[in-house]
Design a binder for this molecule. Structure first.
Ligand SMILES: CC(C)(COP(=O)(O)OP(=O)(O)OC[C@H]1O[C@@H](n2cnc3c(N)ncnc32)[C@H](O)[C@@H]1OP(=O)(O)O)[C@@H](O)C(=O)NCCC(=O)NCCS
Length: 291
């Protein structure tokens, strides 16, 4: 008889296990891949995978944990974000994801934990003490024309030096919101870039880099990494290549554009929290800080 699956904690320096982890992710999540992110050396000390491993060395189930410095209603809160929770299709229904979840949550203890789920697991996380928390969409009506001297330079995070500069900036940048956001999550944002899911990264100046793009007159500012206060109305013309009438935000814009309105719930966010009290008013955890 084959030995039973075992728990293995995989860290950034367990490089021999990163391949098995990447195989697991691509088998469970069709639209997620960790290979390029690993090649970019983005697996840092704050990311830890609680893997259930079969006798043949395959990762069968997993729950990963990112340690994060959160901002919640103006306070710094250390918390953990869960990600890549799943089980290979052929080994489901055997309690393996539960084992991975229990190991990850045992590590988190009484510290706040949260995660972004999907609609197939809305009844799964409440089994582990999580409660659903709504996220909002923010928008502002705003007419702007492109700057005469053009857009800021678009940066390519596949370049090693640019990535190193980005991580330095992200580590020093202020949180984009004080309601519910995070600091120093450059290695999460690079996952989106490595998978082609991030908006173009535009450098406004040495200390201000913005993920943003325009479609049909709507500018979506996905995220802002800035070490100094940043005047959005002055910068806007340098973010766009065509006239715009609306701006949408991938985060709560109470600092960047207080006039923005919450225009409804973010339908597919499915945020779940545990030991974490979020602001009563509308808020949106930054898109590029989600694992
Ligand atoms: C959801 C998933 C992780 C469950 O994995 P699994 O190994 O089959 O789960 P387990 O066998 O450990 O189940 C633990 C418990 O959760 C229940 N459960 C399993 N899947 C569930 C689901 N989708 N919704 C609600 N409950 C679920 C099980 O019935 C079991 O309940 P019990 O304690 O009463 O017996 C797996 O189906 C999966 O990988 N789905 C696709 C990836 C995904 O969407 N992951 C979530 C990302 S946020």
């Amino acid at each position: 008889m084959n030995p039973l699956p075992e728990l293995r904690v995989v860290d950034h320096d367990d490089i021999a296990w990163h391949g098995a982890y990447c195989d697991y992710v691509s088998l469970v999540f069709r639209q997620a891949d960790f290979r390029r992110w690993c090649e970019w050396r983005q697996w840092g000390e704050d990311y830890r995978a609680f893997c259930i491993v079969g006798y043949d060395g395959r990762v069968l189930a997993n729950a990963s944990v990112s340690r994060m410095r959160l901002r919640v209603e103006g306070r710094e809160v250390v918390g953990y974000q869960l990600g890549a929770v799943g089980c290979l299709p052929q080994t489901r229904g055997q309690g393996l994801a539960r084992r991975a979840m229990q190991a990850a949550l045992g590590y988190c203890g009484s510290t706040p934990v949260f995660l972004f789920a999907n609609d197939s697991v809305l009844d799964f996380y409440p089994r582990f003490g999580f409660a659903a928390a709504p996220q909002s969409l923010f928008e502002a009506s705003l007419q702007a024309e492109p700057a005469g001297d053009g857009r800021g330079a678009t940066l390519d995070l596949s370049d090693d030096d640019t990535r190193a500069d980005f991580l330095r900036l992200a580590a020093a940048a202020s949180a984009v919101s004080e309601r519910f956001a995070a600091c120093d999550y450059g290695r999460i944002a690079t996952w989106y870039a490595a998978n082609g899911y991030a908006s173009p990264l535009i450098r406004l100046d040495h200390d201000t880099w913005v993920f943003a793009e325009v479609e049909d007159g709507v500018l979506t500012i996905e995220d802002v990494f800035a070490t100094r206060p940043f005047d959005l109305s002055a910068a806007l013309p340098h973010l766009i290549g065509q006239p715009i009438h609306t701006v949408r935000f991938g985060f709560t814009p109470e600092r960047l554009w207080p006039q923005a309105r919450a225009v409804g719930a973010e339908a597919d966010a499915d945020l779940f929290v545990r030991n974490l009290v979020l602001p009563a008013g509308p808020h949106r955890f930054p898109l590029l800080a989600r694992t």
